[in-house]
Design a binder for this molecule. Structure first.
Ligand code: SF4
Ligand code: SF4
Ligand code: FES
Length: 281
């Protein structure tokens, strides 16, 4: 018999969000009640990392702004998401991120910057950046750390939150902090098992499928032409859901639905990358 865990019923907690009375299940974050809140380090399959600070909101009685992605709602809380203070904070965070890193493949960030009037060029041409050549050291995926905002999501997905491989970690301190394999080894010489679960959670495109990287370089990557079809992996009996992204009759990447109770967005090397044989038949 299949046992379906439907969880305990949760009490509703009432609070005020931008002047409106809102009720959410006990234990929910402020973010869960917000519409269109910018987030970068938040991941729906990961514990909050509180690293990027783009989701900060005002909570009445709190001296500092609080991260909506991790702060749990309390009864009677009064929260404001769009004030001069939150806009100023968001503008500064986006300007600092945008001046140091390449956000050209980060979805929606240009929109968020326009909303708060962020201008990353205002620090001038000498602002320090993490610009560096991309690591193209294997056939499956590319690490372009000039796009890395150090959100820790890949480290958490590779480590104890999902994969338990611990192939990557944060090395260095301060501005020299970076994501690295052990001893900065090329990926094929590292502990990496090529599950691609780090690509799945990366919010900026710093980690990308090799096929996507090559097509972007050729100028042929076009998401408006892509379809997404969810199916079941046939490599083994686990039954992982695969979402095949197809452009011009070619599979260009494989993801997995985050709400799948089997995978929670995670896959192994076969499901994630083992589709080349489909193209070759
Ligand atoms: S592909 Fe998997 S094992 Fe390799 S670094 Fe990414 S999460 Fe870790
Ligand atoms: S590589 Fe991506 S997921 Fe990893 S820390 Fe950088 S931006 Fe975050
Ligand atoms: S999304 Fe909340 S701190 Fe990054």
């Amino acid at each position: 018999m299949t046992v379906v865990d439907i969880g305990l019923p949760r009490r509703l907690v009432e609070f005020t969000l931008d002047g409106e009375q809102v009720a959410v299940p006990e234990g929910s974050t402020i973010l869960s009640a917000c519409k269109d809140m910018p987030t970068l380090c938040y991941g729906d399959t990961l514990e909050p990392a509180n690293a990027c600070r783009v989701c900060m909101v005002e909570v009445e009685g709190s001296r500092t702004l609080v991260p909506s992605c991790s702060r749990k709602v309390e009864p009677g809380m009064v929260v404001r998401t769009d004030t001069e203070r939150t806009r100023h904070s968001r503008r500064m965070v986006l300007e600092l991120l945008g001046s140091a890193t390449d956000l050209s493949t980060t979805p929606q960030v240009a929109e968020w910057m326009a909303e708060v009037g962020a201008d990353p060029t205002r620090f001038g041409p000498d602002a320090a950046t993490v610009a560096q050549p991309a690591h193209v050291d294997n056939a499956l995926y590319v690490r372009d750390y000039s796009k890395c905002i150090l959100c820790y999501k890949c480290v958490d997905a590779c480590g104890d939150q999902w994969q338990n491989t611990f192939a990557i970690a944060v090395a260095g301190r301060g501005f020299d902090s970076r994501i690295s394999t052990e001893f900065s080894a090329p990926l094929p010489d590292s502990a990496c098992v090529y599950c691609g679960n780090c690509i799945e959670v990366c919010p900026t495109g710093a980690l990308s499928f090799r096929r996507e990287y090559d097509k972007r370089a050729e100028g042929t990557w076009d998401e408006s032409k892509q379809t997404a079809t969810t199916t079941v992996c046939t490599f083994c009996g686990v039954g992982c859901n695969l979402t095949l992204h197809v452009q011009d009759n070619e599979i260009v990447k494989v993801t997995s639905p985050h709400d799948s109770s089997v995978t929670h967005g995670n896959l192994c090397i076969k499901g994630r990358f083992g589709w080349q044989h489909v193209q070759n038949t």
